[in-house]
Write a protein that binds this ligand. Structure first.
Ligand code: SF4
Length: 230
């Protein structure tokens, strides 16, 4: 039966759902600012990555290491030196390039007017291969993500590979160190030079002259990049 006009007028009014309160944009914005994490410094980012590396079990080197060797130096370094893997001294101390080879690296750096705490020094592998054998492909592949992240944090302007294995692994090539030393290469857009590993120089002092030429080239490229950037 159709409702009369009076019945329609007298129909009880259905309750209306409360409209959502308009957001207080100022309060919301203030809360967002307060909740935003503080910017992480390069040093903090490296410490956090080093903590991840310290518990890594991604390759077969983890059971035999004393400790991981993440890297050391200036988080804002313009130049990054990279070797192949920690040796016995490094494994014991948790630092890269210590012992006689490390001292020679320090001397080489000084010869081209760099202090050790001005640059950053690390290795392709963060764990020592047993008996200092050469790094194996699967180990380098497993460890490379850490290196990529380390480089992404530091953002060096120039990389110097110390030794054939570091250069071969970083540049993914089988070329000889002699040929790799001749040109500037690139890793993720970063110029890369290669020279001898300080430990190899201790065994073959006659390579020091070639190394001197390489590191002078490195210094000249560094200075040219710096001049371009300014
Ligand atoms: S070498 Fe690298 S990938 Fe292998 S266990 Fe050590 S940190 Fe992990």
């Amino acid at each position: 039966m159709r409702e009369t006009l009076t019945q329609i007028r007298n129909r009880p009014v259905a309750p209306v759902a409360a409209a959502p309160a308009a957001p207080n944009l100022f309060v919301a914005a203030t809360a967002a600012v307060q909740a935003a994490p503080a910017p992480v410094s390069k040093r903090q980012a490296l410490e956090s990555l080093a903590a991840e590396v310290a518990v890594c079990t991604a390759c077969k080197l983890h059971p035999t290491r004393t400790q991981t060797v993440f890297g050391s130096g200036n988080p804002d370094a313009r130049v990054l030196f990279i070797g192949e893997a920690p040796g016995r001294n490094e494994d014991e101390q948790g630092l890269p390039f210590v012992g006689r080879a490390g001292q020679l690296l320090t001397d080489i750096l000084r010869a081209i007017r760099f202090e050790r705490d001005e640059v950053y020094i690390c290795n392709i592998l963060k764990c020592r291969p047993p008996e200092n054998r050469d790094p194996e492909r699967d180990e380098a592949d497993a460890c490379e993500p850490f290196l990529r992240r380390q480089l992404a944090i530091i953002q060096p302007h120039l990389i110097c590979c110390l030794g054939r294995h570091a250069a071969m692994t970083l540049l993914d090539t089988r070329a000889s160190l002699r040929s790799l030393r001749e040109t500037v290469h690139f890793y993720q857009g970063i110029p890369v030079l290669a020279t001898f590993h300080p430990a190899a120089l201790l065994r073959n002092p006659h390579w020091k002259r070639d190394t001197w030429e390489d590191v002078r080239k490195l210094r000249a490229l560094h200075d040219a990049l710096l001049a371009d950037a300014s």
